[in-house]
Design a protein around this ligand. Structure first.
Ligand code: COA
Length: 174
């Protein structure tokens, strides 16, 4: 069989979207964004709706916490929100890829499903999986919120300003 190479057109700027609930952003998410920036010219961090979750922070608060992480990289890291289909958003923003982080094998089933569904809806957007740094494989936003809710020290697992927001939020609830 003769192989006919398919060479896609090179776009001038490579853009990826990194979606998630980010309730709140953690060092694990930041690790993935930094890895993404070594591969793409620009990463758009998108606070998206996961209909099965009830977030602690409002969308605007989550966006603010993400923006505070990148005061100097504003041209390479953008933060936005999406309320509709993620792939439609990625396509209209000219993004070629959706970045997702993988921590453990347990992430795979869900990520596989999500990636295939996204591809079925929009074939021109690829999903790229990046391995989270080893020291973040056990954390998630939920486990951090749970620890913080019960007065546990989560410093080092989230940026300082996020740590402070968690502290304030749970003090209000007491
Ligand atoms: N480090 C630490 N934690 C990580 C991580 C990393 N590198 N990568 C993922 N996680 C954690 C998150 O903190 C989160 O924890 P939580 O469940 O305790 O909140 C969990 O893993 C997975 O969350 P996240 O990466 O935020 O994804 P999500 O499942 O909340 O988001 C969306 C899924 C939002 C991307 C998906 O629902 C979506 O695309 N929605 C838009 C609507 C749409 O297009 N739907 C159709 C999809 S086919």
């Amino acid at each position: 069989m003769t192989y006919t190479p398919f060479i896609p057109e090179k776009t001038s700027e490579s853009v990826a979207v990194y979606p998630g609930t980010f309730d709140p952003i953690t060092m694990g998410h930041l690790d993935i964004i930094n890895r993404g920036l070594t591969l793409f010219d620009r990463v758009i961090v998108v606070v998206a709706v996961n209909s099965s979750k009830e977030p602690l922070f409002k969308v605007e608060e989550r966006v603010e916490m993400i923006r505070e992480c990148f005061p100097d990289d504003a041209d390479r890291v953008e933060t936005d929100t999406v309320s509709g289909l993620l792939v439609d958003y990625a396509y209209t923003r000219g993004a070629k890829a959706i970045i997702r982080g993988l921590r453990a094998v347990s992430d795979f089933d869900y990520e596989f499903q999500l990636a295939l569904m996204n591809r079925r809806i929009e074939r021109e957007v690829e999903t790229v999986f990046l391995m989270t740094g080893f020291r973040w494989i056990y954390i998630s936003s939920s486990i951090i919120k749970d620890a913080a809710r019960h007065g546990g020290d989560v410093s080092g697992l989230v940026p300082d300003h996020v740590c402070e927001r968690l502290r304030q939020r749970f003090m209000q609830g007491r």
